[in-house]
Design a protein around this ligand. Structure first.
Ligand code: SF4
Ligand code: SF4
Length: 387
């Protein structure tokens, strides 16, 4: 059994070794996902309980389940008369759906109910139940901020598959989990862990191949964001636009750049997996499109001078009137020494590489000063010493 699929090209850790994302690790109820330093997530398939919690939290949809696609579920459910989402009926676990899925479903449905009647007794309620509650409250907060009257309603219904004709085909493992009662949960969990212990399933090591690299270069938006766009198109614009605190929205952000710290090293827009950060052909400007951002934080983790910043509030106007903003612009000059273009931050006329080389030569060999070039070196030297 090996039904959890990890797509290396989807993980933000593939685009930058500086990424600190561990959301999948934190969501996994059986601690089977682990990430070594500067590595991609790995997991032991036999330990995975196929809840899909990692799918729900991953900003870039790197995980999927072979027999459950959140995208397909969205379109099937949106087009049906069904309003109830339950781990006994149609999803492996409510956490297999992201907050964006919940918001999108609430926007397109007349009613959306989550059956949380089994969560309290689920042997994997930690951390899944807390995550479900967090996702639910975030979804409703964002719906309210969108000016929508729609809400995601949680009810302790505790429906069973037998009560409905709409029974999903559970895997053996999910059937095992669903068969647990509160009384037998601890014992069954022990049995399950013993079963896993015996398994000789090896840890899956994921490699980034050429196909994955080609995918990364394409900078694609995750399906859940395309779904949100589809749902928002069908939603009336509110009379006034609200703002929400940055920490209250987990899947999108607005940014600004501290122009005194940014060196236009180009890292942020090169590694941004969705293209939310971009540049012009000259690499002299940095643009940002908030609705393409999945808040993976890769740009923050990668920016050495810590120049890219999260705005303290997110303007809900972006949901209805997305804009591309100019975050920074730079002066490009041709280096007086090597002739290559470089970003002149304070009027320098030689590129940093030539500057370092010539400074070293100056220090090593005591090269004689010669007019403009040395005057520039002196200025750099003074600045360096003043730091
Ligand atoms: S991007 Fe997704 S798969 Fe990669 S570490 Fe983050 S949550 Fe895990
Ligand atoms: S701009 Fe958004 S999507 Fe792009 S790297 Fe930064 S946080 Fe991730």
């Amino acid at each position: 059994m090996n039904r959890l699929i990890f797509e290396p090209a989807g993980c933000v850790r593939t685009v930058t070794k500086f990424s600190d994302c561990k959301k999948c690790v934190e969501a996994c109820p059986v601690d089977t996902i682990s990430i070594a330093e500067n590595s991609l997530p790995t997991f032991v398939p036999s330990v995975c309980v196929e809840c899909g919690g990692c799918m729900g939290v991953c900003p870039s949809e790197a995980f999927s389940l072979e027999d459950f696609s959140a995208t397909e579920f969205f379109f099937q459910f949106a087009g049906s008369k069904e309003s109830l989402i339950s781990c006994r009926l149609n999803v492996p676990c409510i956490m297999a759906l992201s907050t964006e899925h919940l918001i999108s479903l609430a926007l397109v449905k007349d009613e959306l109910v989550l059956d949380i009647g089994h969560c309290g007794e689920c042997p994997y309620k930690e951390p899944l139940y807390e995550l479900i509650k967090g996702s639910l409250s975030e979804a409703n907060y964002v719906l309210e901020a969108c000016g929508s009257q729609k809400r995601v309603v949680a009810k302790e219904l505790g429906v069973e598959a037998d009560e409905s004709g709409n029974k999903a085909e559970p895997s053996d493992r999910r059937a095992f989990l669903k068969a647990l009662s509160l009384k037998g949960a601890a014992e069954a969990k022990r049995e399950f862990e013993a079963m896993v212990e015996k398994s000789d399933d090896a840890q899956k090591i994921h490699e980034v191949d050429i196909a994955a690299l080609a995918k990364i270069r394409k900078k694609e938006l995750p399906d859940k964001r395309k779904i949100l766009f589809t749902a928002l198109k069908r939603t009336p614009k509110p009379p006034i636009y609200h703002t929400v605190a940055e920490e209250d929205i987990s899947f999108v952000s607005q940014k600004y750049i501290d122009k005194d710290s940014c060196t236009n090293c180009q890292m942020c827009y090169r590694i941004c997996p969705t293209g939310a950060l971009s540049s012009d052909t000259n690499m002299s400007r940095i643009y940002f499109d908030a609705m393409l951002c999945v808040k993976c934080r890769a740009c923050h983790d990668t920016c050495e001078p810590d120049a890219i910043k999260m705005q303290p509030v997110f303007e809900m106007k972006e949901f209805f009137e997305p804009t591309q903003r100019l975050l920074a612009s730079f002066t490009l000059l041709r280096c007086d020494e090597c002739g290559l273009p470089f970003t002149s931050l304070r009027g320098e006329r030689v590129c940093p590489r030539c500057f370092v080389e010539e400074q070293e030569a100056f220090e090593l060999w005591g090269i004689e000063e010669d007019g403009n070039k040395t005057a520039i070196f002196k200025d750099f030297k003074k600045e360096d010493e003043g730091r």
